[in-house]
Design a protein around this ligand. Structure first.
Ligand code: PLP
Length: 463
């Protein structure tokens, strides 16, 4: 009878996959022997496999190149990394190595750009797209960047008042963009995104305030739909409205030469994940090309600001099952040595699923379980996968600890839960391991930061 965990996976999915394989009942992720990391560092730990960041950037550039060539599109493609997905220096350094442009969201983000510039990792010719609500501090930082010689900073106007503030603080000529507020999906709690300026108001605002302005030139239109880039009627409809605003502006003689389609590329969140990136890119380019041709405009350069896509697949989190609690005939809880709420907050806040796989004991019989986190909060649990409303894992055996990996969770988790600081039930931030290749192309790893200590937390609390 086929009742081993490995049988279950092989019967449910195509397996092994590009990034996962099992050798002697233990999981390897992108060639990394996960068990050897556990033996060396102990769990729980977060890890980042740095080379994956550059691979994502290059893969995306290739897709755009292929589609642009096929369609005869004459504009360029510009990859930007959206810092809010993971602000860590090691992530930004990888992006900089691959000449990614940067999208910022707040004043402190600009300090990241300045820090990379001072280290010689970013040139002044990097596009810095400044999104988000512009406070005075944020605008002061934008000015600091201009003073450092950055000449491709494009603040994206989010609301009318922001334009006045920018006018007050900035005294040199500068290109600006406008973010178009998309309409939310029908099932959402409100109709129009609070971010950006409504479709109908963009062209009138341009005529009223920007056309002929002595400092500011509108060169970029920006849009981002909350649900991300998906092949559905809602997305294509929003893209069409965006393209219509673009053609209206061109008819008004605006020099819009960049179209920024934001972030939102999906990320593999299950072994059954399928998404045709190349097709989506071709369709987006085709729509933009058709719009530009319809008004006789030069094909605009296309910008993206992929956050999750850039960094998710490089990151993971590893736990060990501490014990099993059977609460009734059907519910048995595998208690992990960490917390979902504090390390993978999206699993709790927006019910996000990641790829979850055991690291060892793939030859064990499988059983259905719930996973419980260490905080006393009843919401600190994980009990379903993207493809199925349940979790199956090798049977719990006290004497043979079971280790679990959550993969492709490199984006947003620390920005949302906080890193260091205080945590629910004072569960410490886990250690962080960085993985890379050495000069010979072999896997190497190092501890980036050890697990947070009680002293560190208590000091924050004033003890
Ligand atoms: C303006 C903007 N650009 C880019 C992104 C990145 O989105 P993602 O991580 O889905 O690529 C976001 C995410 O909130 C955003 O608000």
């Amino acid at each position: 009878m086929k009742n081993k965990y490995q049988d279950l996976i092989e019967q449910t999915f195509e397996f092994p996959q590009e990034e996962f394989e099992v050798v002697n009942n233990e999981l390897f992720f992108r060639g990394i022997d996960m068990m050897s990391l556990i033996n060396e560092y102990g769990t729980p730990f977060r890890f980042t496999f740095l080379p994956q960041i550059g691979r994502q950037i290059e893969k995306c550039r290739d897709w755009f190149k292929i589609s642009m060539n096929e369609l005869g599109y004459t504009g360029k493609y510009q990859y930007c990394y959206c810092t809010k997905s993971s602000h860590f220096n090691f992530v930004l350094e990888e992006c900089a190595k691959h000449n990614s442009n940067i999208e910022t969201s707040s004043a402190f983000d600009i300090d990241i750009v300045i820090s990379l510039f001072r280290k010689g990792l970013l040139g002044e010719d990097t596009y810095v797209i400044c999104n988000g609500f512009k406070t005075e501090k944020y605008i002061a930082k934008i000015k600091e960047l201009i003073d450092l010689g950055f000449d491709k900073i494009i603040p994206i106007i989010d609301n009318f008042a922001e334009f006045e503030l920018l006018d007050e603080f900035i005294d040199t000529p500068m290109e600006i963009g406008i973010r178009i507020a998309s309409e939310e999906e029908p099932k959402f709690e409100f109709y129009t995104s609070r971010l950006g300026i409504g479709y109908k108001d963009v062209a009138p605002f341009y005529k009223w305030k920007i056309k002929g302005h002595k400092k500011f030139k509108l060169t970029m239109l920006h849009f981002f739909v909350n649900t991300g880039i998906r092949d559905n009627a809602y997305y294509w409809n929003e893209l069409r409205k965006f393209s219509n605003v673009y053609t209206d502006l061109i008819r008004e003689d605006a020099n819009v030469k960049y179209l920024n389609v934001g972030g939102g590329f999906p990320v593999k969140n299950s072994l059954a994940f399928e998404f045709d990136y190349q097709y989506m890119i071709s369709e987006i380019i085709l729509q933009i090309q058709t719009s530009a041709n319809s008004v006789g405009a030069k094909h605009p350069d296309i910008f993206t600001e992929f956050g999750s896509f850039t960094v998710s697949e490089s990151g993971g989190m590893v736990f060990t099952v501490l014990d099993q609690k059977r609460q009734n005939d059907r519910e048995q809880w595998n208690m992990i040595n960490g917390s979902f709420m504090t390390t993978l907050p999206d699993t709790w806040a927006i019910n996000k699923r990641f790829i979850m796989l055991p690291i060892n004991r793939w030859n064990g019989k499988y059983e259905r379980v719930f996973l419980g986190g260490l905080t006393c909060d009843s919401d600190d649990y994980y009990n379903s996968e993207q493809h199925i409303n349940a979790i199956y894992l090798p049977e719990f055996k006290k004497e043979r600890p079971l280790h679990l990996g959550f993969f492709n969770c490199g984006a947003y988790q620390e920005s949302i839960s906080g890193y260091g600081g205080i945590k629910h039930c004072l569960i410490p931030s886990p250690k962080v391991i960085l993985i890379d290749y050495d000069e010979e192309g072999n896997i190497k790893h190092e501890l980036f930061r050890k697990e947070q200590t009680s002293e560190e937390m208590l000091a924050i609390l004033g003890y």
